[in-house]
Design a protein around this ligand. Structure first.
Ligand code: SF4
Length: 671
């Protein structure tokens, strides 16, 4: 048995240092590296189970082409010939904008950015931009601070009050938990603010089950209480912020009863939390994705940011409003060759179904989808399926036939992170770059994205411009880091290295990156969202500890999505615990298996992210094309639903492909 040190490239803030145990050329076990300052010897359940994904019976190890009689195995030569001929014909007839490149966070490897280089060298295509996860919150924090920065994970130990606001680290950021436990042992009070009684609540001192969409109102209520209780740090506000007077006017216009109605929380609870945060200092706020998944998501974050400014919990150890981080890039992004694109156009990732149907002149005729499964992860799944079914050609690269791949004409098998050399430079939560070392040989004939685009570039006549080993490309892209002593050789030797510009406490000098150089309070009023009478329930979709987005294990592909509902709601619609039911919205419906949960709110259906249509349903069958005011994020929470009795008995196994009925299920063969 050999042990190979690598880095997890999955869409997760923890960026773990992984030790792969290899026997006979196969990975038999994954473990966390105990020496890494954040990984500390353990991984999450999702990645402990990852070898089952690598060797899944559903994994595809060779290219496929759709024919009249179904999928046909083809060679890479045939795949490249087909693609080169089709791309060349399309460019001559409609121009390069008739091609859509849709890429998302299937892997956070740096070399995935070179996919864009390919399309830019080819002339520039329609690119999918915007956000499926964090964009509105980022836009909000850019307004408040002029930058998106968070404290180092270890700085949590300095906090005496910790607000986990819409964040569920047990599931989405598990390496935060040891810091959380240590902070509590040192006397910190931990409060979870979440509509759902999440898995993290058991590690907290208090849970505030806020009404969905009430986050900005809670922030306003807390600000009003801080003012009432004389807990505002006026010297800090006067010296370090702007717009305080206008912000106070906004606060004054919101009635106390509105706060209670919108948050579903009693005034006493809000007053007590304000007292805690305003007196037991320093206090840190840790935001998750949920509070910004609304049309006004950016403004929600600005209202929450304001609490730290009011109390002077900014720029001090143990403080901050921690969400994500965007340090200045130390990458040579000229390698993406944007200057070589003669033309480019953008559509939104989140509303890709609508945007495909309305792509304009030229209409999109070919979609190339990699590192992404928009049919389950973007808004309005059924519309996306219809839009993909109308295209002349859909190319999907993935490791198995996802819901999106079911709509493809060509399927290209890709490698997993255990089969690639790459680098992860994500620093949303910690600041360690991680070297991705190839652990095993590629599965079957699978190729990395880089190898796929290199092969196709050869056919299209610009192979020399895509040429290079993964190591050579890493070196080219990180060349600006050489001045800080970071080279490929060092990464290969050490496995990880801290980002040279990492900081423990942002804004410690009292300077911000806004136009004023100060913290800028929000001065805009709020919009609200109320479910209509016909669809009286909110829907909150949470991540689970066995799936990463739609990356699921085989056994999860086969089961209906679960929905957790208060027993009173079930009784009202005549559904029993454990039965199948249907969740309906104005946009579609989804089959679920319900679980009665008396600890959850009565006005909300809680369901799980990432379930597949082929398992019976996915929550994005229920979402419409609502995009955040700023940040181009899909407003996934801005949907109302109702629960109805299902058509099948609880004991009935989910029929395979039950959610894929209808004309969009099977694409026509490649014309
Ligand atoms: S998914 Fe996240 S927590 Fe799990 S191993 Fe990868 S980086 Fe670590």
């Amino acid at each position: 048995m050999t042990m190979v040190y690598t880095t997890c490239t999955r869409d997760c803030p923890d960026t773990c240092a992984v030790i792969a145990h290899v026997e006979g050329g196969r990975v038999v076990k994954l473990a966390g590296d105990a020496v890494h300052p954040i990984t500390r010897g353990f991984l999450c359940k999702k990645t402990y189970q990852y070898p089952a994904r690598v060797y899944s019976a559903n994994r595809i190890g060779h290219p496929l082409k759709r024919t009249k009689s179904g999928w046909r195995r083809i060679t890479w030569n045939e795949a490249f010939d087909t693609l080169a001929e089709r791309l060349t014909r399309l460019r001559a007839k409609d121009g390069t904008l008739a091609v859509l490149h849709y890429q998302s966070a299937g892997s956070m490897g740096l070399l995935k950015a070179l996919n864009q280089r390919f399309f830019n060298l080819w002339g520039g295509v329609t690119e999918a931009g915007g956000s499926l996860c964090s964009g509105a919150g980022v836009a909000g924090q850019l307004k408040s601070y002029g930058a998106v920065r968070r404290h180092a994970p270890q700085d949590l130990l300095h906090s005496r009050t910790i607000l986990l606001w819409g964040r569920n680290p047990i599931v989405t950021n598990i390496h935060m938990v040891p810091f959380l436990k240590a902070a509590r042992e040192r006397g910190a009070t931990v409060v979870v603010i979440d509509p759902r009684r999440s898995e993290t609540v058991k590690y907290a001192d208090q849970h505030l089950p806020i009404k969905p969409g009430g986050d900005a109102y809670l922030a306003i209520g807390l600000a009003q209480a801080l003012l009432r209780q004389g807990l505002v740090d006026w010297p800090f506000v006067r010296s370090t912020t702007v717009n305080a007077a206008e912000y106070e006017q906004v606060l004054a216009r919101v009635e106390p009863q509105t706060i209670v109605d919108r948050t579903g929380l009693p005034t006493e609870a809000i007053d007590a939390l304000a007292r805690l945060y305003g007196t037991q200092k320093p206090g840190s706020i840790h935001l998750g994705m949920g509070p910004q998944r609304w049309r006004a998501g950016a403004e929600v974050f600005q209202y929450i940011d304001a609490l730290a400014a009011l109390t002077g919990n900014l720029g001090v150890p143990g403080g901050g409003v921690n969400y994500s981080s965007r340090l200045p890039s130390l990458l040579d992004l000229s390698w993406l060759a944007e200057g070589r694109a003669h033309t480019r156009r953008f559509v939104l990732r989140a509303s890709i179904g609508r945007d495909l149907l309305e792509s304009g002149d030229p209409p999109i005729r070919l979609a190339w989808i990699c590192g992404a499964n928009p049919v389950t992860q973007a808004l309005n799944s059924d519309l996306i399926r219809r839009a993909l079914a109308q295209l002349e050609c859909v190319v999907v690269s993935d490791i198995s036939l996802t819901d999106t791949a079911q709509a493809a004409h060509l399927f290209l098998p890709t490698t997993t992170f255990l089969e690639e050399e790459d680098l992860v430079v994500a620093e949303w939560w910690h600041s360690y770059l991680g070297y991705v070392r190839p652990v095993i040989a590629p599965y079957g004939e699978a190729r990395s994205d880089l190898a796929i685009f290199q092969g196709l570039a050869e056919r299209l006549g610009f192979g020399a411009e895509m040429a290079g080993t993964p190591g050579e490309w890493i070196s080219r892209l990180i060349a600006p880091m050489q001045g800080y002593g970071i080279t490929l050789e060092r990464l290969r030797a050490d496995g990880w290295v801290q980002h040279p510009l990492a900081e423990d406490v942002p804004f410690a000098d009292g300077r911000f990156f806004t136009p004023s150089g100060k913290f800028e309070f929000i001065t805009k009023g709020l919009e609200s969202f109320d479910p209509p009478v016909a669809y009286p329930l909110y829907m909150i979709t949470a991540k689970t500890n066995t799936r990463l987005n739609s990356q699921v294990l085989d056994q999860e592909r086969e089961r209906l999505p679960r929905a957790w509902v208060h027993p009173e709601v079930l009784a009202n619609v005549g559904v029993t615990d454990g039965a199948d039911a249907v969740v309906e919205s104005p946009y579609g419906s989804m089959r679920v298996r319900v679980q009665a949960d008396a600890q959850q709110r009565r006005d909300t259906v809680f369901t799980e992210q990432g379930s597949w249509l082929s398992a019976g349903g996915t929550p994005n069958q229920l979402t419409g094309n609502v995009i955040s005011n700023r940040g181009s994020l899909g407003a996934y929470n801005q949907v109302s639903v109702r629960l109805a009795r299902g058509h099948s008995d609880a004991s009935e196994a989910c029929p395979k492909g039950a959610g894929l009925s209808g004309p969009a299920r099977i694409s026509s063969p490649l014309p």
